[in-house]
Write a protein that binds this ligand. Sequence first.
Ligand SMILES: Nc1ncnc2c1ncn2[C@@H]1O[C@H](COP(=O)(O)OP(=O)(O)OP(=O)(O)O)[C@@H](O)[C@H]1O
Ligand SMILES: [Mg+2]
Length: 1059
Amino acid sequence: MSTALKTPPVRGRAPPPRAAPPPQFGGKPPVPRRAPPPSRAIPPTPTRGPIPSFVPTGAPHVIKETPFANTNYMNAASAGKLAVHQKHLTADVAKKGEEELDTTFRVGLAKGAVDDMVLLSDVTNPGIVRNLLERYNEDKIYTYIGPVLISVNPFKRMSDVGPEFIKKYAGISKHDAPPHAYAVADHMYRRLIEDQYSQCVIISGESGAGKTEASKLIMNHIAACSGGGQEVSRIKSVILESNPLLEAFGNAKTIRNNNSSRFGKLLEIQFDRAGRPCGGIITNFLLEKSRVVGQLKNERNFHIFYQILCGLSPDDKTNLGLTTPEDFFVLNKTGCYTVEGVDDAAECADTLNAMNVVGLTSAEQQSIFLLLAAILHLGNVQFHEVQNNASAVSNQDYLDYAAMILGIDNAQLTTKLLSRTVKSGGGHRGSVYEVPLSAIKAAAARDALMKGIYSRIFDYIVEAVNKAMTNVSSRQSICILDIYGFEIFEKNGFEQFCINYVNEKLQQIFIELTIQSEQEDYEREGIQWTKINFFNNKTVCDLIESRKAPVGILSILDDVCKTMHNEGEGVDLKFLQKLNSISHAHFSPGTNTFRIKHYAGDVNYHCEGFVEKNKDVLFKDLVRIIQNSKVPFLAMLFENEDVSEDSRKAPTTAGFKIYTQAQSLVSKLKSCDPSYIRCIKPNDNKRANDFDEKRVEFQVKYLGLLENIKVRRAGFSYRGVYKRFIDRYAICNVHTRNWKGDPRKGSELLLQNLRLPPDEYRFGKTKIFLRAPETLFGLDDLRDRTINHYAGKIQRFYERHNPERRRIIEERVYWFQQMYNLFCNAASTSDFGKSLPWPSYQWHLEEAVNWAFQIYRNWWAFLMVSSLNAEQQQQMRQKIVSYDIFYGKKKWPCNRVYYGNYLALDQFYSESAAYRQAELELLRNSGEKCVIFSDVVQKVNKTGKSQNRAFIVTADHFYKYTIGKKMKILKKPISISAVNKVSLSPFDDTFIVIHMNAPERDLCFDLNVDKNNKVAEFVTMLYQSYFVINNKPLPVEFKSSIKFFNGRTEKKEGIYNYN
Ligand SMILES: Nc1ncnc2c1ncn2[C@@H]1O[C@H](COP(=O)(O)OP(=O)(O)OP(=O)(O)O)[C@@H](O)[C@H]1O
Ligand SMILES: [Mg+2]
């Protein structure tokens, strides 16, 4: 980056500069030590180096130099397509001459393949594919469609990732840089900070399209850009380390993807008000646990099994009876043991490290490995048929070994795998007997046990990560959704059905939130709009999930599970028979199968195993023996399982679980500002530089990219609130350059002066809409030119100046370089850089140092205030108002807590119960929302006598009550809008006069009945309410003689004289 701040070389001997003391905060803010008195001779400069192009960020209209400036991104105003449009766009007459600013507004065009496909000239599916291909060939894997990022899997390491690029994308406008996942992450983070609104990114695409990789880029960017501190760093490392850990247990090699996520994950990173990660929570969805007991050809089991077999120490492996993957039936059936380019031993080390980072103790880690070994050994247990439909264990040694590791009795385990306890008849008279299981059923019981243990280990690990991240009740978060992608296999089972259902839901959210929200925005803002038609896959979602008639497939499946108590053969066929009743354009039944026309293709599902997998229950007999295991960790994993025979509650089915999770996922995502990354898989060979156009076109079609582009083009490519728009582009025109007025008027004036065709923009109620993205790029281009023009002017001015002046400027720049180096990471320190020693400076820098000090103080205060909770912030706000009113005019106890409703608090008022009753009635009868202040005051009545009264203030009125056990309201309430001003003495007393507009009489009272000085609190509260009602500040006077009229007799005033 050209703004990199270098340390200039030292030249000659410089007198030791004076050191400025570190600023002190808390209490009274210090001022940097004054510099020595100015001397006529300017001291020799301590350093001299190239003047960096130093451009401060943050101030309005001040532009951060884009690190992509050299690429001339999106500023190329090449002739061509939009020349006609350009004709209209000549703004102020360009002045001639070298130094004159060229104020011509030119539409911005992108060169070659477009970064944003809204600009595409050939808006067809082949046109989209061509654009993606052209970019892909140039290693540009990302492309926008407006706010949506399309990502084509490169299947190779890209050069534009890593800390250096994270930095480049930090804080940069999306249009100032090539499309990237970092840009999406940065956009979300900025929105979170600036708008204080939760964000989410929905990453979708089929299996192997690059969702998980994209989610990691997002996490890395956010972790690198969001502040620091010890606890924040810890949370960040837990978030980042949770990736290898959950991938080890939840990912596997499939034929589609070498690192396929076999579970869904929603990571919610929570932030404090200063934008630092302060917690997080992971929600996991339906792990594909059937993989534990079997996989397709050329696929693997979950990575962790191969990792422990390659990576655990020889001793650990011997202790657990672990040898090589070839020795275990659940690993050796597919003939696939390794993954190209993956070192399982090294990955094991990463997993162990991640386990430590998330706080899994070594005892927990040992227990987890022990159970994984037990699963492998259990998988080797075989059964064979004996007479009468019963079975026997073929290799008892394996079962005994597994039982030993599991800490359960081998004979018991044998019995419970070979038979099942059945209860006939109800109540006490019912009899219990053992039903032998066939070899197939015994194997199914073994598989259920293995899957049950594995899925509980997985949940335990997710829970551990959640505990380590600490889940705080933060108001802002960024959610990153990475689920298993849509998949079609030769034989698709219950797992694919669930996976594809969740993908179908995500497609629906996308359609709903992009097209729908855009249309709603136009409606809200009063913009005319012609509706675009698109395929809404809600109908497919309903086909699967509907709970209302006609019920969907999941409900029918649950129904079959409920009615089929004895899972004999044929339950799946019963399910299929019931499905026959469905009449739906996207559904067709077959023999043993049914077909769904999904948004991403037709899938044939084999019904076999649907009912069993949906039931998802372990025999209670087996659970009971596990609960009594001598391995405490195993017993703990199952301790909450209900094993009572009389339990009438139907167990939750897997289908119902995924349905409810999908619903809550949808509502969670809808409560955030969404961003989208749509991943595309360019080939099925997992190969780099291989772009199968047909394969891509198929995805382009089902993702609905064409419709997406059409909607963006038919509508307005940019919409933004007026303030943001004018803040950014005011500089583009001489009439708006210093615009301080109404943002809408400024925006109107700007576009008028740029002479844009009126059809190119619309003014909504709160937002401006620009139709063509070229207009926006054109504005950016003009803005860049304007800034460069002024930067050039400043530079020339600087170069022309005398050497002394020049040296002073250099010294200033150098000082700011030092400051930058010193403070660039200050946000990560616990005291936000308060204890950092400021660099020394020469006398002539005093003004600049004071200026920097002000900036630092404001920034420090912002971070401090941001870390307060809502209640503390409210107190802080009140104290600031009190300070403004009272400072230097009357003594006020700054450290007192403002409780407000004192009468409701036992420690302040002995009859608080009576008060609370009276308060309840008051609120009920008056329609007031709440009491903001109440206390016993000593009121001065019209005859000059004082009486103790309960004084109650709501947002709009004063109420007077009697005090004691039965509080009675006195007279009618007095409206705060009738207050004229407040008078106080400048002395240390607690007497208040509230002057009222006629016909109300002034209120005079003393606020010191319980010896707590609440004057400042009361006046502050009144000041705030008055401001809300009257939209102007309440006059507060401090006088040693206060005149008042509280109605003794007509025209006779009372006077308090303090002199
Ligand atoms: N941006 C990228 N840069 C480099 N390689 C990538 C990128 N995206 C994906 N890949 C490669 O593609 C593989 C598959 O990607 P990823 O695991 O992210 O797919 P996925 O969409 O999450 O699939 P699934 O639904 O099966 O989990 C990665 O292991 C990696 O090798
Ligand atoms: Mg994945």
